[in-house]
Design a binder for this molecule. Structure first.
Ligand code: SF4
Length: 88
């Protein structure tokens, strides 16, 4: 699609989301849980749209295969136990 002489994508928001996701994947980011901070509140289990978290012995355990790195769980944790980290 052309707009004011420039070629523009008609689905800009979607493309941005895709690029953001690809960027995180390319940087090999992952979600990590700090088990010193995790109290097993279960907020991440409830809020994760992909059901990637479960509680095991009172701690949040992530299934990385299900996680799409959207980061929704990070602000949901009342103990700031969840964050992004670069994979080593
Ligand atoms: S980053 Fe998104 S998909 Fe991954 S565990 Fe958190 S809420 Fe679920």
């Amino acid at each position: 699609m052309r707009f004011m002489g420039r070629i523009q994508c008609p689905s800009t928001e979607r493309c941005r989301a895709q690029l953001s996701f690809q960027f995180r994947k390319d940087r090999i980011m992952k979600i990590v849980v700090d088990y010193d901070k995790c109290t097993g509140s279960g907020e991440c289990v409830v809020i994760c749209p992909r059901k990637a978290f479960s509680l095991v012995e009172g701690k949040a355990v992530l299934d990385e295969e299900k996680c799409d790195l959207d980061g929704i769980c990070i602000p949901a944790c009342p103990n700031q136990a969840i964050s992004y980290s670069e994979e080593e």
